[in-house]
Design a protein around this ligand. Structure first.
Ligand SMILES: [Zn+2]
Length: 447
């Protein structure tokens, strides 16, 4: 059963609710936020011109740079007296992006995160080990309030402390893990090193987000940790986690909380709205937010939307797994490359572990991509056994096997993504692990 009745509205009912909420939020920002008043005036739009949800295309976009330019409190639609929480996300340069919540926003956040946990099959019988970071980052507290709202027992361990995470997984009988996907794999690696018997861990499902990941990565996590891995999505500018989430029944696209956060897909070049099914940049209007609603916020995330009813019974549109942020996209010799595409190729290759770094350098005028990736422990063991027990001729044969792995990766990257790449195979654990968001790309090119 979905958490809220709004998750099963018919399309016309949903459109009616969205229309009402869009009108309301336009009035709110126009009368309270000078930035929006001047944006609306520039476009010669009044809140009264917004009659239904289709009118959203008349509204101006909001960009990340608008948040920076109005740093820290310029976009608040409530006086500071009514603000009860402030979060911030670190930018790559300069000042962070600041977001604010009043009491109703905090309640809304707990509700949409309760939907997310319910989507993943989590109930009051569960023990949730919350390994998202607590702090200015929205992941920790967002997941915390949602898990409490469904009545689960929350362990607020935060990120890091990998050995302690494993101890609590065993001793506290955690059934749910919330973390970045890369940290979940790291916990697994450390558990293997510690020779932990996975039967002593009761984990059944993980809610993973905060960094782009692939279907292949999902299979790795599900097989290794023996759990269901659920993709969740959110961003601090809109509310934090709780914007959309996969259901455990279908694991096929993320149910969008579209009654509160209106999603559109646009052509990132022209800004034109695209129909359902077409890929483009996700744009969100946070219609129910009060302290800091944003109009048509450009997320930079590339995805599409699917309005078909899901087998879980929810009718909300589903967003395809994010292919990557437009910001993360690398342009290599004129070809657009998402790190997630490289990850897909790597994880489809036999003997390769899900740990990699993509390095881009410029030699003269040419961009060069080098993928450093680990071989599996099993692969190393096979090799080592040969070296110890057989003659040199056979070892050379094994090296040929490594060359074959490299060639396979190079060929698939070329065929599927369209660029040439160098591949460096490294032994297990040679790539530094992350206890939060994984850093997958090193771009050494001059800016
Ligand atoms: Zn579903």
């Amino acid at each position: 059963m979905p958490w809220n009745p709004e998750e099963t509205l018919s399309r016309p009912e949903m459109a009616k609710l969205q229309s009402e909420r869009l009108q309301k939020v336009c009035e709110r920002v126009y009368s309270r936020v000078p930035f929006y008043k001047s944006k609306f005036d520039e476009k010669k739009i009044k809140p009264s011109d917004i009659k239904n949800i289709q009118d959203v295309v008349k509204l101006p976009f909001t960009k990340k740079s608008d948040l920076r330019e109005n740093y820290p409190y310029g976009l608040f639609a409530e006086p500071l007296d009514n603000i009860v929480r402030i979060h911030a996300s670190s930018g790559t340069t300069g000042k962070p992006t600041v977001v604010a919540y009043n009491r109703n926003d905090i309640n809304l956040w707990a509700e949409v995160m309760a939907r997310t946990f319910t989507c993943a099959g989590v109930t009051n019988k569960d023990v949730v080990q919350n390994a998202y970071g607590y702090g200015l980052f929205t992941g920790g507290l967002g997941a915390h309030y949602g898990a409490e709202r469904v009545g689960a027992a929350v362990i607020p361990i935060s990120g890091g402390n990998t050995q302690k995470q494993i101890m609590l997984l065993q001793d506290f009988g955690s059934t749910v893990l919330t973390s970045t996907p890369s940290f979940a794999l790291y916990i697994y690696d450390v558990a293997c090193e510690m020779k932990i018997n996975l039967d002593t861990i009761k984990l059944k499902v993980g809610l993973f987000g905060a960094e782009p990941w692939t279907e292949e990565m999902r299979h790795e996590i599900e097989e290794r940790l023996r759990i269901k891995a659920i993709d969740i999505y959110g961003l601090s500018e809109i509310i934090g986690p709780g914007v959309s989430s996969e259901c455990i029944e279908a694991q096929s696209g993320l149910h969008f909380n579209e009654d509160h956060f209106y999603p559109e897909i646009i052509n990132p070049e022209t800004g034109e709205q695209l129909p359902y099914g077409q890929e483009g940049e996700l744009v969100i209007t946070s219609m129910s937010r009060e302290a800091m609603p944003l109009i048509r916020y450009r997320t930079g995330d590339i995805t599409n939307l699917n309005p078909e009813k899901c087998k879980c019974g929810r009718t909300t549109v589903r967003m395809r797994r994010v292919r990557g942020r437009a910001d993360d996209m690398l342009i290599i010799r004129g070809v657009n490359v998402f790190p997630s595409q490289v990850e897909s190729v790597l994880l489809r290759t036999k003997d390769i572990a899900p740990h990699y770094i993509i390095e881009v350098n410029r030699k003269g005028r040419m961009d060069e991509m080098n993928v450093r990736v680990e071989v599996t422990t099993e692969c190393m063991d096979k090799l080592a056994a040969k070296v110890l027990t057989t003659d040199l001729k056979q070892f050379a044969q094994e090296e040929e096997d490594l060359i074959k792995i490299k060639r396979d990766i190079q060929k698939n990257v070329k065929d599927i993504i369209g660029v040439n790449t160098e591949v460096t195979l490294v032994p297990p654990n040679a790539i530094q692990r992350s206890e939060g968001k994984a850093k997958r790309v090193i771009d050494n090119r001059p800016k």
